[in-house]
Design a protein around this ligand. Structure first.
Ligand SMILES: Cc1cc2nc3c(=O)[nH]c(=O)nc-3n(C[C@H](O)[C@H](O)[C@H](O)COP(=O)(O)OP(=O)(O)OC[C@H]3O[C@@H](n4cnc5c(N)ncnc54)[C@H](O)[C@@H]3O)c2cc1C
Length: 493
């Protein structure tokens, strides 16, 4: 059996592991990637954002990876990679269904992220995208082992992997390992790094799959005589959110006429549904029955991916106490995860790759930088937790849900539209003033919800938020004239 000695060993070949391996290989480092699974395979986490595309573009430029550039915009993607399925994402669409009556004007919010389809973000069909990046990483010179059955051993000096892939035995040794295994957290488990999930406030679960024949929201609005003339972009060309009493549903449309859809439910109000014996489809159908609109929208729909049917994940949130050490590091999605809300996962993973690539390709102060990386990733995940949890706390009040989303949009649009030192942290996590605003807003939200979320209390909350967010609000967020339709939020071309 051949023993391969490499500079860096990466466990996990999702888009994160493959991309980091491409960067290291193109920079002349020897790198091996080991995955338990095999491409192409179903993966969730599909909706990208302008922030994600800015990071991907920066990586392509900085590390001489022009093959990544087409993936940063819908127009170039369709032109250069027509076989890799994606969907057009012009922004974020929200529809409130807490009353289960026909949608009214106030039950809609659309936030633009791009000025045209050509420049738009994309939904990634992850089985296609991850397989593409895996192939590209191989072409860059990454040693690859997929479908691997292996054992990991490590000490202060070296990591060792021994296993079987494609019916052949393999052995790898490396001085440094990256854990890109996501939920599995192979290295964290091996090192017995304690979890600190208990500090997280968001507490949600998900049931999801890919469907055919999901009616468009726009056709549903037309059927119900609800005007869409004020929409700044076609509302289905977006990450669509249907906001319910006990959670929400995402809908992401791909160009092959399939739709990724999933319920994300607040465990704090839906605890009774978590009994392990209940099948995913049973709970899916129960949720559907709580909303006429969704029932109608899915009346002809059926699951097409994954082959095994709907997937249900219990509590989604997890957080480690350490995200890197002297001779190891995790990607953000291994260090922790909060929620699909606000689509932060892909952008944060790319941000983590930017930082780790810089650390691994430099020769100085590695240990010190890895310690900083670890603290920063954990702090950013806690910040995302704060930005997400308030939305659940606002339920079932759609207006307050949309108001809380403005904290995320203020962070993301001010990062996209300005170029300041604050941008070195993800969504202004490192900006104490911004963190303080989130904390103040949360206290006020607590008061408004306690008082029953009356229309007058919501007016006051919006006035307070408008004033708190003013330093980061370059996009007309909370402008009363917009009446929930935001077009100035589009990232600059
Ligand atoms: C329900 C849900 C919805 C989401 N929606 C969004 C969204 O809309 N937008 C967004 O930006 N983010 C979203 N995310 C987050 C997103 O999924 C992650 O940020 C993203 O998948 C991270 O990619 P990755 O390559 O780091 O890890 P992963 O995609 O988790 O890849 C891990 C890889 O490791 C392999 N592996 C697992 N265990 C082992 C092991 N022991 N050894 C070796 N290999 C192993 C797996 O086969 C896989 O290939 C969502 C997450 C969830 C749970």
């Amino acid at each position: 059996m051949t023993v391969h000695h490499v500079d860096t060993l990466i466990l996990g070949s999702g888009f994160g592991g493959s991309l980091l391996s491409m960067i290291l290989a193109r920079a002349g480092r020897s790198v091996a990637v080991v995955d338990r699974g095999r491409h192409p395979r179903f993966a969730i986490g599909e909706s990208s954002t302008p922030l994600a595309n800015t990071s991907l573009n920066a990586l392509a430029q900085q590390y001489n990876l022009p093959e990544l550039r087409p993936l940063t915009k819908y127009g170039t993607w369709k032109q250069s990679c027509p076989d890799i399925t994606c969907g057009v994402k012009r922004g974020f669409s929200y529809f409130g269904h807490s009353t289960n009556y026909a949608l009214r004007d106030g039950d809609q919010m659309l936030v633009a992220a791009s000025g045209s389809a050509e420049l738009a973000d994309t939904h990634w069909l992850r089985s296609d995208v991850d397989a593409l990046l895996y192939r590209q990483a191989g072409r860059c010179g990454t040693l690859q082992f997929q479908g691997a059955d292996y054992t990991l051993a490590g000490d202060d000096a070296h990591w060792h992997v021994e296993g079987v892939a494609n019916e052949s035995g393999f052995k790898l040794t490396a001085p440094f390992v990256i854990d890109a295994t996501g939920t599995d957290s192979a290295v964290l488990s091996h090192l017995r790094v304690p979890s600190q999930t208990a500090v997280l406030r968001t507490n949600s679960r998900a049931i999801f799959g890919h469907f055919t024949n999901v009616a468009t929201v726009n056709s549903m609005l037309q059927e119900r005589g609800v005007d869409s003339y004020r929409h700044p972009f076609p509302c289905d060309a977006a990450a669509v959110h249907h906001v319910l009493k006990n959670g929400w549903m995402w809908q992401l449309r791909f160009d092959d006429d399939t739709t990724s859809a999933g319920f994300v439910l607040d465990n704090r109000v839906s605890e009774t549904h978590t009994s392990p014996g209940r099948g995913a489809s049973v709970e899916w159908n129960q949720q559907m029955q709580t909303c006429d609109f969704l029932q109608q929208q899915f009346r002809s729909a059926s699951v097409v991916r994954p082959d095994t049917g709907l997937i249900r994940i219990g509590r989604l949130q997890r957080l480690t106490t350490q995200a890197a050490g002297r001779n190891w590091a995790t990607l953000p999605n291994t260090a922790g995860f909060i929620d699909p809300l606000h689509s932060t996962g892909i952008a944060h993973t790319l941000c983590g790759i930017e930082r780790l690539a810089a650390i691994l390709l430099a020769t100085d102060h590695r240990e010190e930088k890895l310690n900083r990386y670890s603290a920063q990733i954990i702090d950013e995940l806690r910040h995302v937790d704060d930005l997400v949890e308030g939305c659940y706390a606002a339920l079932p009040n759609f207006r307050l849900w949309c108001d809380w989303c403005m904290l995320y949009f203020a962070a993301v649009t001010s990062t996209e539209q300005t170029n300041t030192d604050d941008n070195t942290s993800f969504l202004h996590a490192g900006d104490e003033r911004f963190r303080d605003v989130v904390s103040k807003a949360r206290s006020r939200l607590r008061q408004v919800t306690k008082d029953g979320g009356t229309s007058q209390a919501c007016d006051e909350f919006e006035n307070q938020l408008r004033s708190l967010l003013q330093p980061w609000n370059h996009a007309g967020l909370l402008d009363a004239d917009c009446r929930g339709m935001y077009s100035r939020t589009a990232a600059p071309a």
